[in-house]
Design a protein around this ligand. Structure first.
Ligand code: SF4
Ligand code: SF3
Length: 544
């Protein structure tokens, strides 16, 4: 195996024996095969569309397939065997309808006997390192990782019945472009920026889907402890799964708690209606092995991030959607018009006899774009009077690396005239600190999930307008982004497309950036790695 798609790539180079995330050689290789078969499927889908053939099933599967390969989503080899079979089936069915595919690349023409061994052999042949040129490989993978993030967000929108053919068509086109042997660095750089443009559109679509279905997030206090009585914990990003679980637990005496990236759900008016949505439990994803033993109830993973489950709570874990772990109970998708069946979890919550109460704090969330903009006058006054000197966007992911203490330290040391804008699970580094407020504006404004980084960009663009500035970079905003997995790559490309310069990226620069590609990013976008807390603090407050 060779995988370098996340910030925890072994030795800052890549995982080649076993993933730091827990992904083994077999799963990594089956994922390589799947990404390749999705490229072949995309090629055929484009040809089919040109002939007026319906490609909806293939388009959705391209998104789902990419999503399943994101870090900490699915570790089950059998599921990847099934996904590879499905990709080939869809490819071959469409190919038959298209007819003449002469000149098609190997990703379209290779035949498989559909065994795991065959998929492993193909995955080994077509993996990341099969592209020999380091810079071309770096750019191709940068695009593919950005597309994985796009795919996840587009899939969340899709389950809420929001779709945009431009997103799926671009995803397929870009995947096919990465098959080209003759593609140049310049072409790939252009494709990278186009991926950023599509990332913005995808996050906007998901924002529209979430806010239309569940209302506009509003300032909300969330309790971070546990009450007595049976409870279910829900992790991940899929709001529809949470809604269906809330409907099915209503009146049963079972309370529902959010975990990780599900925290922002509490701010949506439609979720506030459920009185048994009791609170949020646990901190960042990698602490689950320490925190889940304290939660005596079933735990549902709707998306990333699942880590190798410990025996002491393994039996209480359920996965759904694209998430998988070998031997862990999986709740299947429901037929059209029906809800997923969470009854086994509800029964287990009751049978377990209830949670051991844990005292918690109250945290304030719900600062998505509409809520912040309703405070616009107050915010602009505070900027003009100098009460707020700087906004620092500290969005993105959390992770295990010790270097991430930087974000907690920076948040603590920021002068009281600085406000943190956050989204994603990066917030768990500082959302329990009491950082106070500036004239009623909290010093940590939490816009929501990682996809709600869109809200932060939206706020920046509106502030630019309100302050009469020409350039987004003239705003008193600095970007200090923490990344872990590929959705953060998608967010980063979106910010670059929007023209944001001078982003600090940590805790480490991606292993998949070759020295030359990193140089292009530095020269064109002034991207820099994080430095020491004190140096960065001084530079940030000086607008550098
Ligand atoms: Fe390693 Fe990250 Fe890939 Fe897992 S996802 S194998 S930790 S680079
Ligand atoms: Fe976090 Fe896994 Fe990226 Fe959605 S939940 S931001 S890491």
């Amino acid at each position: 195996m060779f995988c370098y798609q996340c910030s925890e790539a072994s030795k800052g180079v890549g995982c080649n024996i076993k993933g730091v995330c827990g992904k083994n050689d077999e799963v990594a290789t089956l994922q390589d095969c799947l990404v390749y078969t999705l490229k072949g499927l995309s090629y055929v889908a484009i040809k089919a569309r040109e002939k007026g053939i319906n490609t909806e099933e293939a388009d959705l599967f391209v998104l789902e397939g990419l999503f399943s390969t994101i870090t900490n989503v699915n570790f089950d080899p059998e599921r990847f065997v099934e996904y590879n079979k499905k990709a080939l089936k869809l490819r071959d069915e469409l190919a038959e309808k298209v007819g003449d595919l002469s000149g098609a690349p190997d990703a379209v023409t290779w035949k498989s006997n559909q065994t795991k061994e065959d998929f492993l052999a193909k995955g080994t042949a077509v993996g990341v390192l099969s592209e020999a040129n380091e810079d071309i490989r770096s750019l191709k993978e940068l695009i593919i990782y950005g597309l994985k993030g796009v795919a996840a967000y587009a899939d969340h929108a899709y389950v809420l019945k929001y779709k945009n053919s431009e997103i799926t068509e671009f995803t397929e086109k870009a995947l096919v472009e990465t098959l080209r042997k003759d593609i140049t660095v310049d072409e790939l750089v252009a494709l990278t920026l186009k991926t950023g443009e599509i990332a913005v559109k995808t996050m906007a679509l998901l924002d529209e889907a979430n806010t239309t279905k569940y209302g506009k997030p509003e300032i909300t206090e969330v309790y971070t402890g546990l009450y007595e009585g049976p409870g279910i914990l829900v992790s991940g990003h899929d709001l529809l799964d949470l809604e269906e679980l809330l409907i099915q637990t209503e009146g049963t005496g079972v309370k529902v708690y959010t975990h990780g990236e599900m925290l922002p759900a509490h701010a949506y008016p439609e979720f506030k209606k459920y009185k048994h949505l009791a609170g949020n439990f646990g901190t960042a994803w990698f602490n689950q092995t320490k925190e889940f033993p304290l939660f005596n109830g079933p735990i549902l993973f709707t998306t990333n991030c699942i880590v190798p489950p410990k025996d002491e709570y393994k039996d209480r874990i359920f996965t759904t959607g694209l998430v998988g772990w070998p031997g862990i109970k999986h709740i299947p998708n429901a037929p059209e018009g029906k809800m997923k069946d969470f009854s086994a979890m509800i029964q287990m919550a009751k049978d377990l006899g209830g949670l051991t109460p844990i005292e918690g704090k109250k945290i304030v969330i719900g600062f998505a774009h509409d809520q912040v903009l309703s405070l616009a006058d107050k915010v602009i006054d505070a900027v003009q009077s100098g009460a707020i000197k700087r906004f620092v966007v500290m969005a993105g992911c959390d992770g295990r690396l010790k270097e991430r203490e930087y974000y907690t330290e920076l948040a603590k040391k920021l002068p009281k005239e600085a406000v943190i804008l956050t989204a994603g699970c990066a917030k768990y580094r500082y959302n329990m600190l009491d950082l106070g407020d500036i004239g009623g504006i909290p010093r940590v404004l939490d816009a929501g999930q990682c996809n709600d980084s869109y809200s932060l960009a939206y706020i920046a663009l509106k502030l630019k307008e309100a302050l009469g500035l020409d350039d987004i970079n003239d705003l008193p905003i600095s970007y200090d982004i923490a990344w872990y997995e590929q959705k953060a790559v998608c967010v980063l490309l979106a910010l670059l497309y929007l023209g944001v310069k001078g982003i600090r990226l940590g805790p480490v620069l991606p292993a998949f950036l070759s020295p030359n590609v990193a140089k292009v990013l530095v020269e064109n976008f002034d991207i820099k790695p994080i430095g020491s807390v004190d140096e960065d603090l001084e530079a940030i407050m000086a607008g550098k």
